[in-house]
Design a protein around this ligand. Structure first.
Ligand code: SF4
Length: 495
């Protein structure tokens, strides 16, 4: 392949303008506030796979108890776990922090300022080390986050298969004036515009000049592994040996079929596709819907025809399939189907709607309570992936008009409090691992042109148990996929 000679100054200038209203990464902010290499290092360790706001709060708690390496040495792993919770992988990070003071003795307790030395510390990889060198010491270093790696390949500025290779090529090619800023810029750009799935090319300032290498049908296939997957759509392998799972409330599978459902399945090619509101029994379906090439399908339909219902299409044959929760009233509505694999349970759920005048709120809360127990039991056996239409917008940023909807089904204090309890009990909303912004929705009313105006709700989720959240390598919303009043949501998950 010919590597394009894009004008990197022009590209990064456009990116800087496009993300100028985005928050600076938390580690940059901590550096601006303190200039203390110890604090930048520990905050950087905390920040991996964690929302900036969570990192900031946890770092503040940690620094109140341990503002120096000496004070850190006084804390036990259990105390550290408590202080830094709920950052991602807090147990591992607490161990790293606990081991840090002893590891620092080799450097006479002075935080080193080179990548080669930093990577000898616990929990510090090349990415963290580059970030510390750059942010804490102001020395030229290139931190290569997955967004930098992915976008540089889309631009054909590099042609590489790993972030490490990208770092190497950028060191020889990228002008030094961009080294310190490129990571912050492309992380913000990759989260908001050039997203891993469904990049927003039509609103991107680079639309006319971007090589768009690996971008197809609005789906980013930029890594060589993903390109290979696209060329061999039945292989089921994704980048990093992960599998892609998609969840979609199709609002009637027979209606969705008329809007191109099977074509969308082939285009997205998920390894597992969970659908909700099938509104059909298998005997009412066409052969193409029952037999999508390459997939096994499993159905749990409501007794009442044309109502509720869930199903799963899977390239991976499960060991067992469980329909329902073992409760007559809930199971008659076809709301839960569980597929068991060797390494994890995959649970697809269509939560009840609280209904007009909240007439079904009590029913929903009872369903939620029983489901919660069911999920905790499963998670004690192995990893769980829990997807579906939860029929609740959790936080104010998950809904366009929070104030106007506090008494409405799907945003009542009771439903949101259940979501709080559910997540607090050890589950993770995967989308929020990667994206902390508002304005990302999965459902829009058919009325008032709501979808075009993005007046929506985020009510479709992929959650996983906290112990296995490091298996999630991407979580996306696919708002450009039409065919229902909901759009699909996806995760890439290492199985
Ligand atoms: S792929 Fe699309 S969103 Fe990404 S940089 Fe190119 S034009 Fe912009």
């Amino acid at each position: 392949m010919n590597i394009e000679n894009i004008d990197i100054d022009v590209f990064l200038h456009h990116v800087a303008t496009a993300v100028s209203d985005k928050d600076a990464p938390v580690v940059d902010l901590i550096a601006v506030q303190t200039k203390d290499p110890y604090k930048v290092l520990t905050a950087t360790i905390l920040s991996a796979r964690t929302k900036d706001e969570t990192t900031a709060a946890s770092a503040a708690r940690l620094f109140r108890e341990a503002s120096t390496l000496e004070e850190l040495a006084q804390l036990s792993t259990a105390q550290l776990e408590k202080l830094i919770y709920p950052v991602g992988f807090y147990k591992n990070k607490a161990k790293y922090l606990n081991a840090l003071p002893q590891a620092m003795e080799q450097f006479n307790n002075i935080i080193p300022d080179t990548v080669e030395e930093l990577i000898r510390l616990p929990g510090v990889g090349r990415k963290t080390a580059n970030l510390v060198v750059c942010v804490a010491f102001g020395k030229p270093a290139i931190c290569v986050d997955t967004h930098v790696h992915r976008i540089m390949n889309i631009w054909q500025y590099v042609e590489t298969t790993t972030p490490e290779q990208t770092e190497k090529v950028l060191r020889s090619k990228l002008p030094a004036r961009h080294w310190m800023s490129v990571n912050s810029l492309l992380v913000a750009f990759g989260q908001s515009i050039c997203r891993p799935v469904a990049p927003r090319c039509s609103s991107c300032p680079l639309d006319e000049i971007c090589p768009k290498c690996g971008i197809s049908h609005g789906i980013s296939l930029s890594t060589p592994a993903a390109k290979q997957q696209a060329a061999q759509p039945q292989s089921g392998h994704r980048a990093n040996d992960s599998k892609r799972f998609i969840s979609w409330n199709v609002n009637g599978i027979r209606a969705a079929e008329k809007k191109g459902f099977t074509g969308i399945v082939h285009m997205l090619s998920p390894d597992i596709l969970a659908i909700q509101e099938t509104k059909a029994h298998p005997d009412q379906l066409s052969q193409p819907l029952l037999d999508i090439s390459g997939y096994h399908s499993y159905w749990h339909s409501a007794q009442k025809k044309g109502y509720s219902g869930v199903a799963v299409y899977s390239k991976l044959k499960p060991k067992a399939v469980i329909n329902g929760l073992g409760h007559k009233d809930f199971d008659s509505e076809g709301r839960v189907i569980t597929l068991e694999y060797d390494a994890f349970y995959f649970i697809n759920i269509y939560f009840p709607n609280s209904g007009t005048e909240l007439k079904r709120l009590d029913f929903k809360l009872e369903f939620n309570a029983l489901l919660h127990t069911f999920l905790i039991n499963l998670s004690q056996k192995k990893a769980v992936v829990i997807c579906g239409d939860y029929n609740v917008a959790h936080k104010e940023i998950d809904i366009k008009n929070p104030k106007a909807n506090v008494k409405n089904a799907g945003f009542t204090p009771e439903e949101r409090a259940w979501m709080d309890r559910f997540l607090d009990s050890g589950f993770v909303d995967t989308f929020r691992i990667f994206n902390k912004e508002g304005g990302h929705y999965t459902w829009w009313s058919y009325r008032s042109d709501a979808r075009a105006r993005n007046i929506g709700w985020r009510i479709d989720y992929f959650c996983v148990d906290q112990n296995n959240s490091d298996r999630v390598v991407a979580a996306e919303i696919l708002p450009d996929i039409q065919g229902s009043d909901h759009c699909p949501v996806s995760i890439d998950y290492r199985v």
